[in-house]
Design a protein around this ligand. Sequence first.
Ligand code: FAD
Length: 510
Amino acid sequence: MPQEHYDVVIVGTGAGGGTMAHALSSSGASILLVERGYSVPQEAENWDPAAVWKQLRYRADERWLNDAGREFHPFMHYVVGGNTKFWGSVLYRLRAEDFTGVEHHDGVSPAWPIDYATLAPWYDRAEALFQVHGQAGADPTEPPRTGFPFPPVRHEPRMQLIVDGLLAQGLHPSYLPLGLIRPGEPGGCVLCNTCNSFPCRIHAKSDAELLCVQPALATPGVTLWEGAHADRLITDATGERVQEVEITRKGRTVRVGASTVVVSCGAVNSAALLLRSANDKHRNGLANSSGQVGRRYMAHLATMLEAFHPFEVNPTVFQKTVAVNDFYFAGNGREYPLGHLQSQGRAHGVVAQTVAPSIPVWAYNAWVARGVDWLALSEDLPREENRVCVEPDGRLRVRYRPNNVVPHAELVAEAVRMLRRLGFWKVVTHSFKVQNTTHQCGTLVFGKDPRTSVLDEFCRSHDIGNLFVVDASFFPSSAAVNPGLTIIAQALRVADHLARHDLQHREQLP
Ligand SMILES: Cc1cc2nc3c(=O)[nH]c(=O)nc-3n(C[C@H](O)[C@H](O)[C@H](O)COP(=O)(O)OP(=O)(O)OC[C@H]3O[C@@H](n4cnc5c(N)ncnc54)[C@H](O)[C@@H]3O)c2cc1C
């Protein structure tokens, strides 16, 4: 018998789980948040590049296996707020076309079961909740929308010169949509150079802990268990409902009863949790009658670029304000889409040194001071063979072979040309390739047909009525912009559905 019972148990407190907790907190339901990590302490190391990038102070101490069966260190953070504590907080809507089937170099990126118009009102709410700053109207790929809830973060003078140069090249640079808390205002975000991949020491970056979990915990009925790892979901005898969540906490295994379970562990760990929950009624893993659990893992093709000018020190502190989407779609002589470009947070010498440790850090510092940093992102396509597996010894294996690499190479070449035309002498590129798990998605894809998808359009399992998965797992395609805002918008939409259909029903019970 479980020791405790909750109306809703949410596993994971990142973009998906944190948002769900916030959205459901006003429902009056009893909610347990189960989080394997702990809150990141506010400390000097938050903004110390050596602590973050060399000592890997906040990185999950875990190894996964790759396609070849070799260990790698995934870019994961198991903390309250999940990976949102470390994100760059670039919060994009997908383009309207991303919801439709799009022809790419390596095949068709499949249509979503919902269109952009369905998600648009939830994007509005997501932007308000995560305090997104931006400016509508400049990005040629922008979907139909009203204005942003907050004005854009203005370009620093050197970045404005770059924007002017891009305009002169006939491109259409736009402001990056950014989730920041009162940037530039007293007591708000100080627009520093330790944002992307760092936790915010002054709590001024929009993340799921600050904006969702903490307010939810201030509501009666919401409980957080930190350091609590969900090991398995247990179904009832019919196998049609999840009845309990088995959790390891403080060295003990406990079972918690739940009327509704929301799995929000991130795309890799959510798939793993369902696979590990196999039982007599679900021999291949929970919610897996389609055989699709773990499959269609995607991660984006991502390359970092540093453009260098030997005689010009770049004084920019907060650099990630510019986006270029001119290469996002086919057209203008391109037969297929290439992807998205965005300026990045400033590189730090010690971070660059992790790529080639033999070069001294002072040399890197001199280099990065004269550089400007960009990121190129391209869409990878969902493939059944790109999948998350749990090995017989319990280890996680991510079998991923990138595809659509030709357009990504072309995007990087376009970016190099663009930066050289701006006067930068040299452009250096670097990619973490298959080890880059930061934009992981897919694995529990949503769709209309239970034979080919795991979740319905409200992220409810086709097989198990009281099981939802709300995180990056549901993406049927990865698009080429950052995934966070779409996870949040869909979480808000699912929470509304769940509150009206499942929790409403709870109130009618005797
Ligand atoms: C350095 C970095 C920069 C990024 N920058 C951006 C950006 O600028 N814009 C953007 O949109 N995206 C960005 N991302 C990606 C973004 O952070 C993720 O897409 C997003 O956080 C995924 O949300 P999620 O809910 O799927 O999972 P997460 O946010 O990863 O949350 C999963 C949670 O589940 C917990 N968990 C996992 N397994 C278990 C278990 N078995 N039991 C209990 N708890 C469990 C984890 O500890 C975690 O808290 C970035 C990511 C990184 C790492």
